[in-house]
Design a protein around this ligand. Sequence first.
Ligand code: UDP
Ligand code: MG
Length: 325
Amino acid sequence: MNKPGQLAIVVPCYNEEEMLPITSEALRASLDDLQSKGKITSDSFVLFVDDGSKDKTWELIAAEHEKYPERIYGLKLAGNVGHQFALTAGLLTAMECSDVTISIDADLQDDIHVFDEMLDKYADGCDIVYGVRNSRKKDTFFKRSTAQSFYKMMNSMGVKTVYNHADFRLMSKRALKAFSEYSERNLFLRGIVPLIGFKSDCVYYERLERVAGKSKYPLKKMLSLAWEGVTSFSIKPISFITFLGVMIVILCFLALIYVLVSYFFLEVNPGWASTFLSIWFIGGVQLISIGLIGQYIGKIYVEVKQRPRYHIETFLSAKKEDENV
Ligand code: UDP
Ligand code: MG
């Protein structure tokens, strides 16, 4: 069980001057509403993170802060570091000065009306609540199909992600503390958060259209996010090389039968049999060797990430149950 706490809504912004006033107003109204329902305390706030925008985003954030110093906080990053790092910067900053955070994109495509439900689950003792889209009707066909194949591919690569969940989620202070121990540079939040553990749940909503401004995630950035997701979570591609090598060597033995039959019973050019076999055999052996080296590199890669191996959820000691370990 969690008492109503100080909520921080964390919003990464990159060239969002068109959205910012709209977003700020909507989020302020939402905070007032949640506060009047007694779900959050009166010192709750919105934290806008300016990810090195080239337009007036920061000026607008500063102006909003000027007008509503209690409600609107701003964090300006030194340069553009990308959505994942901007969000991390915001979350870790908010962690220090709030009890619970909700991260949401500046374009309000994620439904702010589910904050209520998220906070109810938090009150029930959830440390992480994922916002999950139950439909993508409003996305273009291209965006919908590429995004969905992305989730499928990630799962088949063994990366645990929540299907149709982007970075719209509630995280408690202790879930964030645990997250802050992941020091890796190849950051893919959607893959990391499920690794943290703790009690978690999902809320479902309809994904809306971007109200203003353009998507900052063109195909190139989406592909690079997908690549980041696979290569920072899975060493399956390396194992695949080893597998390929083994398959080729097996095929080589099948080819051996074919070559011997041809050699003894059919007319073949001199040198054909030996050339044919050696190309296949050497090819297979090389792939196995590369794959084998890859396995070691894969282990080094897992080690250098120095991910925390566990997080303590509850600590039962002789004195009393201490939930905030
Ligand atoms: N964003 C960011 N840094 C970047 C790119 C995007 O902080 O380099 C922010 C952007 O302002 C928005 C969120 O990340 O709040 C998601 O971007 P967008 O809505 O353009 O992505 P889409 O919803 O189209 O995938
Ligand atoms: Mg968006």
